[in-house]
Ligand binder design. Structure first.
Ligand code: ADP
Ligand code: ZN
Length: 601
C-alpha cells in the first residue's frame, strides 16, 4: 500500500507536507475524526484527499458549492484520481451511472451536495457501498450566526449515527471560537482531534489607504500593479458593483459584476468566466467568494470597508491561495466611518447585540488607523502573536508618522460642544477655519470662541482629525440628525487636559507613482518563455473545457522558466508535476521549453 508521502509526490507532485497536514492525514487514516481549522490556501483538500486514496473504499465529500464541484472533480481527474459528484445539475442517467460506479468500488472520491446526502435514498446507497471517510467541507455552514448558514448542514450529525465506524473530517477557514464550538456541537465532533494552522498568510501584502478619488485610485492600482491579473473588487452595495464594473469596462478592463440580486444565470456565467478565463476582475458584494478556490487571484480590493476584522480577513484571504505574492488593497475615509457607525446604531437587535457590533467595528477601524504593522494587529485579533513586524504591509514598507494631536483634538471637540452637538463635519471645519458663509451667520457661529481658531490646519487635515476621533470613538454620529457629531464619555480626559492623543499623519495624496510596482514574476524569468508556456496551458485547458490552473498552477510554470528542465525526469521534479500530468502533458511543455531555448541561442 502507498504511504501518504508517496501519494503526495506521485499523484500531486509536491515535495513535503505543510505543517499540520501530515498529522491530520494520519489521524484520519487511522480511523479517527478530525476538526481542521486552516486559513484559505492552507491546503485543506489534501487532508481528506490523501486518506481517501490510502483507505479502502470511496471518500465522500460534502460541499455546499455545487457550482464548483465540476471543477474540483476535473482537477482530481487530471491527477488520475477517480472522482465524481452527485448534485442537482446531473440528469437521471448520469446520476445512475455515478451510483453504479460507487457500488462497484470504482470511485476514490465522491462530492455530494448536503441536501442530496440527507435524503433517505442517498443514505441507503451509501450504506450499501464501501466508504473510506466523510469530509465535511465549509463546516462553518452549520453556524446559524454566520452568513453562510445552510439548514441542511444541521442534519449532518446523522452521519455519526448511521455510520459510527467511518471517520469524519470537518474543515473550515472560519476562525472564531463560537463558530468552532457550534461545529463541534452540531456535528457531534466532541471526540474529534482538533487541528489549527496559524492564520498568517505571509504572501498577502496588506495595504489600507485613504480614500480621496476611489475610482481613479482603483484604476491606478489595477493599471500600475495588476495589469492582466485576476482579482476581486468588493463594494458595499449592489448598485455600486454594477456601476464600478461598467466603468472599469469603459476603461478597457475586463470586469464583471456579481451580487445576490442578479439573475442566477448571470451570476453563474460571471463566476464561470472568472474561474475559466485569465485576468477577469469580479466586482462584487460579499455574496461572492465562499469556496472560490481559484488559486491565482492576485488581488482583493475593497472600495468600502468591511464591518468586521473577520470579514476583512475572509475576503482578503481569497487572494493568493497558490502562495504567490498577492495584494489586499483597501481605501477608506471619513464617510465610511460615519456611514458604518450610523448603520450599526440603527440596526435591529438588542442593546447587547449592538454593543457587540460596535465593538467589532471598532476593531476594524483600529486596523485601518493603526500606525504599526497591520499583520501583527490582524493576527493579534485572532490571538496569534507575530513577534516581529512583517515587512510586507504598507505600514512596515512605508512607516507612518504620528503627531501630537492633543491640541487639535481639543479644538475639534470644543467646536462640537459649542455648536450644540448638532452639526456634521463640514460645518464644524468651517467654524474652526473661520469661514464666512450664510450658515455660519444663520447660527451666529462667528461669535463662538472656537470660531477661526483652527486656521493652521487645512480642510484635509481637519477631516483627518475628525475621522480619527470618530474611528476611535471620541465622537459618535447622531442618527436623528444626519451625520451630526456628538461627544462621547471618552472625551472628558482630553477636554480636561488630563489625556493626550497621538494622531496618524495621513500621507499626502499624490503618491500613486511612488508605490513599488510588484511584478508577479521573479526578475530572472524570461517573459517570452513564460508567455509561451501560458499559451500552451491555455490551449490544453480550452480543449478540455477546464480552467487553466487545473492543468498547471502559475507556480509550476514559473519553476519551469527558472529551472528549464530538459527531460521528463527533470520536469517531474518540479512542484505540481505528478506522474499523471507528466505523462499527459510532459512532452508538450518540454517541447515549448526546447523550442524556446533554440530561439534564445
Ligand atoms: P484550502 O482549501 O485550504 O484553501 P487548497 O487545498 O485549495 O487550500 O490548497 C491551496 C493550494 O496549496 C493548492 O494550490 C494546493 O495544491 C497547494 N498545496 C496544498 N498542500 C500543499 C503541499 N504540501 N505542498 C505544496 N502545495 C500544496
Ligand atoms: Zn507589517
Amino acid at each position: 500500500m502507498s504511504t501518504p508521502q508517496d501519494i503526495l509526490q506521485s499523484v500531486f507532485g509536491y515535495e513535503s507536507f505543510r505543517a499540520p497536514q501530515g498529522e491530520i492525514i494520519q489521524t484520519v487514516i487511522d480511523g479517527g475524526d478530525a476538526l481542521v481549522l486552516m486559513p484559505t490556501g492552507g491546503g485543506k483538500s489534501l487532508c481528506y484527499q490523501i486518506p481517501a486514496l490510502v483507505r479502502p473504499g470511496c471518500g465522500v465529500v460534502i460541499s455546499p458549492l455545487i457550482a464548483l464541484m465540476q471543477d474540483q472533480v476535473s482537477a482530481l481527474r487530471q491527477l488520475g484520481v477517480r472522482a465524481s459528484f452527485l448534485n442537482s445539475t446531473l440528469d437521471a442517467a448520469t446520476t445512475r451511472e455515478v451510483e453504479e460506479q460507487l457500488q462497484a468500488g470504482q470511485l476514490d472520491l465522491l462530492y455530494i451536495a448536503p441536501e442530496r446526502l440527507t435524503q433517505e435514498r442517498c443514505l441507503n446507497l451509501l450504506e450499501r457501498a464501501s466508504i473510506s471517510l466523510f469530509a465535511i467541507d465549509e463546516a462553518h455552514c452549520v453556524s446559524q450566526w454566520g452568513h453562510d448558514f445552510r439548514a441542511d448542514y444541521l442534519q449532518l450529525s446523522l452521519l455519526h449515527q448511521r455510520f459510527p465506524d467511518i471517520p469524519r473530517i470537518a474543515l473550515t477557514a472560519t476562525a472564531d471560537a463560537r463558530t468552532r464550538q457550534e461545529i463541534t456541537d452540531r456535528l457531534d465532533l466532541g471526540d474529534a482531534q482538533k487541528f489549527t494552522a496559524g492564520f498568517d498568510r505571509p504572501n498577502i501584502r496588506y495595504r489600507i489607504a485613504l480614500k480621496h478619488n476611489p475610482r481613479q485610485q482603483l484604476l491606478a492600482f489595477l493599471r500600475q500593479e495588476h495589469p492582466g491579473d485576476a482579482g476581486i473588487v468588493y463594494c458595499m452595495s449592489r448598485n455600486k458593483t454594477e456601476e464600478v464594473s461598467h466603468w472599469l469596462g469603459q476603461q478597457g478592463i475586463d470586469a464583471l459584476p456579481y451580487h445576490a440580486g442578479l439573475p442566477a444565470a448571470t451570476r453563474a456565467s460571471h463566476q464561470a468566466r472568472f474561474l475559466r478565463e485569465e485576468g477577469i476582475i469580479i466586482v462584487a458584494t460579499i455574496a461572492f467568494g465562499m469556496g472560490i478556490d481559484k488559486p491565482d487571484v492576485r488581488f482583493v480590493a475593497h472600495l468600502d470597508m468591511p464591518k468586521t476584522v473577520e470579514s476583512y480577513y475572509q475576503e482578503t484571504g481569497r487572494a493568493g491561495r497558490d502562495g504567490q505574492a498577492a495584494d489586499a488593497w483597501m481605501i477608506y475615509g471619513l464617510q465610511d466611518v460615519i456611514k458604518l457607525r450610523q448603520m450599526m446604531a440603527s440596526s435591529a437587535g438588542s442593546e447587547e447585540h449592538k454593543r457587540a457590533e460596535q465593538h467589532r467595528l471598532n476593531a476594524m477601524l483600529g486596523l485601518c488607523e493603526i500606525t504599526s504593522c497591520r499583520r501583527q494587529a490582524l493576527l493579534n485579533y485572532f490571538d496569534e502573536a507575530l513577534p516581529e513586524p512583517c515587512g510586507n504591509c504598507d505600514t512596515c514598507l512605508e512607516p507612518v508618522n504620528t503627531w501630537d494631536g492633543t491640541e487639535a483634538a481639543r479644538m475639534a471637540l470644543s467646536a462640537v460642544y459649542r455648536t450644540g452637538q448638532r452639526f456634521g463635519v463640514n460645518h464644524l471645519i468651517e467654524v474652526l477655519r473661520g469661514s464666512d458663509n450664510d450658515k455660519i451667520h444663520q447660527f451666529d457661529h462667528h461669535l463662538l470662541p472656537t470660531y477661526g481658531i483652527g486656521k493652521q490646519l487645512d480642510n484635509n487635515q481637519w477631516r483627518s482629525v475628525f475621522r480619527q476621533l470618530v474611528a476611535r470613538a471620541y465622537l459618535s454620529v447622531d442618527l436623528e440628525r444626519f451625520g451630526a457629531l456628538r461627544l462621547e464619555e471618552k472625551c472628558r480626559g482630553l477636554l480636561r487636559g488630563e489625556d493626550d492623543i497621538q494622531l496618524r499623519r495621513d500621507p499626502v495624496k499624490t503618491r500613486s507613482g511612488k508605490q513599488q510596482t510588484r511584478t508577479p514574476l521573479a526578475a530572472d524569468i524570461d517573459v517570452a518563455l513564460w508567455e509561451a508556456l501560458r499559451d500552451c496551458r491555455r490551449q490544453l485547458a480550452e480543449e478540455q473545457g477546464v480552467p487553466p490552473y487545473v492543468i498547471f498552477h502559475d507556480r509550476t510554470l514559473q519553476e519551469m522558466c527558472t529551472s528549464l528542465p530538459r527531460d521528463p525526469a527533470q520536469l517531474g521534479s518540479i512542484t505540481g508535476v505528478g506522474e499523471r500530468k507528466l505523462d499527459k502533458y510532459g512532452a508538450q511543455f518540454l517541447q515549448v521549453i526546447r523550442e524556446h531555448a533554440g530561439v534564445a541561442q
